[in-house]
Design a protein around this ligand. Structure first.
Ligand code: A2P
Length: 345
């Protein structure tokens, strides 16, 4: 009898420690819940993305961020479906985001582009569909073997012979109206924006019948987006932080937060890694984070940020690292009238 109760106690303990702890969620302005950490998949290439998503689900992630642009929607969908089939999660346990690319901003293109992402992911529904970027790009055929009504027939970054991006003046407000119609299909639950500035957000809000739930923007300690976060919070919209680690694999990113002496000091103080300090900071700063990794250990490391809290004074130290340094500025689109990064925030 005694042996039995000891065995069941050990079993209960094993279940407790092996069962992945889940992340807190934020309630969106339409009532849906979004986990405050998700796996980013930008630059997760073929083969890696599927494994990374599976590792992330095993680590406790219940939020995955992809995009038509990333070319990995099929893999992301395969990984999620396989975890559903294995009984690890149910569809409703996981929050899946994908995005409308800039070559499909004309209102009559939106549904077609969405359908391709929807089919690629092959899940019953998509949780969140974002307009990836306010500037529209021209559709230039790259693959003459595909019919011109196939979304894969076009360059994603069309350029002229001098290498300049071919942008268009499609108004993102018209694109938004077409995105609102997608909600009626039941195939997507929430819609939102990405890389929008505050004025563009205000303009969307002034005409929208469906409010964006989030604006996904670059956000890390060197570009902490305090103003945009406050601006959005006042309008019941969230901010999702992309490149929250500051793209440490790039020459510019190398110099940023992950190697900041102050971050290293805090890492020692809290017995956490620099990445965990940075991600925790951005969550406490009020944003949802989507760090990208295809490495199992780092996927786990990045998720492990809910067992400590940065003190107010340490938050002030982290705020002090902000220098509005933008890593992804779409500089070649500067002349387009909808270019987002030429005002303060
Ligand atoms: P990897 O996929 O090999 O882990 P961001 O999300 O800011 O764009 O950063 C993504 C980059 O940061 C990727 O190159 C990723 O590489 C790397 N990365 C992800 N997690 C960590 C971590 N915990 N420590 C160091 N680098 C990381």
């Amino acid at each position: 009898m005694r042996l039995l109760s000891v065995t069941s106690a050990i079993l209960a303990f094993i279940i407790l420690v092996t069962e992945a702890k889940l992340a807190p969620t934020i309630r969106l302005n339409n009532g849906y819940e979004m986990p405050v950490i998700g796996l980013g998949t930008f630059e997760s290439t073929s083969g890696d993305a599927e494994r990374a998503v599976k590792d992330a689900i095993d680590a406790g992630y219940r939020h995955i961020d992809t995009a038509f642009l990333y070319g990995n929607e099929v893999e992301v969908g395969n990984a999620i479906r396989s975890k559903i089939e294995d009984g690890v999660i149910k569809r409703e346990d996981i929050f899946v985001t994908t995005k409308l690319w800039s070559t499909f901003h004309e209102p009559d293109q939106v549904e077609k582009a969405f359908q391709r992402s929807f089919d690629n992911l092959n899940l019953d529904y998509i949780d969140l569909y974002l307009m990836h970027y306010p500037v529209a790009y021209r559709r230039v055929l790259q693959n003459i073997r595909l019919p011109s009504d196939d979304v894969n027939a076009f360059y994603v970054f069309p350029v002229d012979k001098n290498g300049n991006t071919l942008t268009e003046d499609v108004d993102y407000v018209d694109t938004w109206r077409a995105m609102e119609k997608l909600i009626e299909t039941g195939q997507v639950r929430s819609i939102g924006i990405s890389n929008f500035n505050s004025e563009q957000t205000e303009r969307i809000l002034s005409m929208a019948t469906i409010k964006p739930v989030t604006n996904q923007v670059e956000c890390h300690p060197n570009l902490n987006q305090r103003k945009l976060i406050n601006f959005n919070a006042a309008r019941n919209m969230t901010i999702t932080a992309y490149s929250p680690l500051g793209r440490p694999h790039t020459p510019n990113g190398q110099k940023l937060a992950l190697s900041e002496p102050k971050v290293l000091e805090l890492a020692q103080k809290y017995r956490k890694t620099p990445a965990q300090i940075i991600l925790r900071y951005t969550v406490q700063n009020g944003a949802i984070v989507i760090p990208k990794s295809t490495n199992k250990n780092r996927i786990q490391e990045n998720f492990n940020i809910f067992d400590f809290e940065l003190s107010d004074s340490d938050m002030q130290i982290m705020h002090g690292l902000n220098n509005n340094y933008r890593l992804i500025d779409f500089a070649t689109d500067k002349d387009n009238k909808y270019y987002p990064f030429n005002i303060e925030f």
